[in-house]
Each structure stands twice: as C-alpha cells, then as structure tokens.
Write a protein that binds this ligand. Sequence first.
Ligand SMILES: *Cc1c(COP(=O)(O)O)cnc(C)c1O
Length: 389
Amino acid sequence: MNVTHLECSLCGLRHEARKLQNLCTECGKPLLVRYDLRAAGQTLYPQTLKQRESSLWRYREVLPVDDWANVVSFGEGWTPLLSASAVATKLDKPVTLYIKDEGQNPTQSFKARGMTAAISMAKELGVRKVAVPSAGNAAGAMAAYAARAGMEAFIFMPADTPRANIIECEQTGANVTLVDGLITDCGKIVAERKDAEGWFDVSTLKEPYRVEGKKTMGYELAEQLNWELPDVILYPTGGGTGLIGMWKAFDEMEAMGWIGSKRPKMISVQSATCAPIVRAFHAGERFAAEFENAATVASGLRVPKAIGDFLILDAIRASEGTAVAVTDEELVAAVKEIGALTGIFTAPEGAACLPALRKLIEDGFIEGGETVVIFNTGAGVKYLECFEE
Ligand SMILES: *Cc1c(COP(=O)(O)O)cnc(C)c1O
C-alpha cells in the first residue's frame, strides 16, 4: 500500500491515513489521499498495465485499499472510449470526438467508481452502517456496494429523484428516505443524525475515497489514448468529484513520468437552472455561492452548492478551460441526437456536453482540429421520466 497520508485540499494540514474520517479537522474542507508515487511506479507503469484486469482496480498501486480481500467490486471502470465521429460531422468545426461511456458501469453510472473505493475503504476501516445524501445515482451505487459488503445503507434523496434510482435502492436492501427538498437538505439530515445513529457519512468529497475511485477516469483516458491526453474534456458537473479526480490523476501520472505537463482544457458543463460553478467561474470567484431555486431534469447536476467548488474552479482555470450552461430543453434534445447518431442512450447529464460543445465552437473557444472527449456519466434508461411526452 502506497498511501502516505491524507492532506487538506485547502490548508494543506496533514492527517493520518489509516483512520476513519471525513473533512479537515482545522478548516472543514475535503481531504485528498497522497501516495508514495515513487514506490507505486515500481510495479505500476504503462507496460505492466497490459496484463491487468479490465476494471479500475488495474491501477491498484494508486488506490487506497491495503488488504486486497477488502475490495468490494462488480468489475467497475475500464469503460470504452467510443468514437463519436457521426456527431462530429454535424458540428461547424472539425474535431476528433470521443464519448467516454460511463453508462456501462455497474449500476449504470460512474458513481460506481467512487463507491467501489469508498465502500472498500469503509470495510477495511470497520464500518457497519453507511449513509449518503444523493441526487440519484450515488444512492443506487452506494446501495449496491453496501449490500455486497454486507453493510446497512441509509439513503436520503429528494422526493422527485428519478424513479429508477429510488427503486434500485429499495431492491438492493437500502433504507430509503425521500426528502421534500434538494440534495443539500438531504446532506443536512445525514450530518445531524450520523453520530447518534452510528452512520459513516459517504457524501461526495466529505469522504476522502470516492474521488480516488473517480480519478481513474483520468488514468483510463491517458491509457486509452496511448498516453496522449485529449485537448478538451467536457464534464457535466454536480459535486465535481470526477473533474477534481481526473485533475489529480494527471498530476500523479506526470509525477510517475507517464505524461508531460500538457493538460486538457477542462470544461465544466451545467444546467442553466442550476449553474453555481458557471456563475462563479465567470464572476472570477474562487468559491461558488449556493444557486437559488436549483432545478433540472439532469438530476446529477442538481447540486446547488458543492463543497469542492474551489477545487473545480482552480482546475478549470489552471487548465485554461471554461464553464458553460445549457438549458434543460437543449440537453434533453441532445440525448436523442446523440442516440440516433451513435447508438449510445446517454444520461441527460452526459448529453448536456453536446450543446455545450456547440456553444464553444460558436464563440471560437474551440477552433477546430482538437481532440475532444465528452463524458457520458450515466445511462439514459434510468431517466424514463425525461422522455415521456
Ligand atoms: C453525479 C452525476 C454527475 C455529476 O458528477 P460529479 O462528479 O459529482 O460532478 C453527472 N452525471 C451523472 C449521471 C451523475 O450521476
């Protein structure tokens, strides 16, 4: 195991690694896992990966689990990077377009990546009961991984979460509470009750390991593109865990000598009716204020306030990227456009990247000739309500 310690992402305070904990004890911001990358690189390098399993655990040297027996897995990750040239031909500039199809993960979204890491670590550290506030897919993933680990799961979701998410949690044995409010209201309930109930809080970025699972998207992208990162990444952003994770992965790979210092432009995509990151980015702010009356059918994007806001905004700026909002009408229409052209039935969150890409081409941010990757973060089949006439 190559973990050296956990480090506060804002104040830098060092925290002990082999201990159950949530946020920085000084400033209340997210903790990030730090590794001895020199040691990791002894056995993990591009050539050794060829023989590894087709799951994100192929990168085990840069993942936090100590005892292999504690890994709780359904074979998540190592999703295909699919060419989307049929979509690219409909754009006004020539780009090489790929879709990283995260809808092919267990529980049909990339939340499986975070949960395999979080639940494996919870198991390793002796947790029996886990709780999470969720906009939808995180709940489904946590319920499944908790059931597989033999843990009790407590889930708090907005009452208008897509039906599929509610049903999958119930059918995999979780205790589900529907809340008349947003994910932030659900988070408050978990925070208030967790100590009395003995729950470990698995909220995104309030727990140090989900981001480790999600960072593997960055490793996979590099590996699948033969260690040449794309020019542009479009990422539908809620809590921002995947974007923050990929940014961390790029630095780790550079430290191990696998890639150079060039980074993709990171583009955060949000719904116009819940766009705290887009608003803060264009206002030049480092922290994003809560977005009032947040609403969008792309439930994974319905996060009015993200605890990792500064990490998202720092990464976007360091990458010379930007943040783009699209309307719900645009993102729902894009599901069908992508579906008809590529055969991929995307989640509305992932589809939002297409109208965002069009806007970037229109305003000249994308000039033509770039390699562009869209993250389809989930599967459209979980959002049937969106497509009912
Ligand atoms: C959770 C979720 C998102 C947002 O992911 P973050 O990493 O939290 O920003 C996007 N799309 C889908 C389908 C999701 O479930």
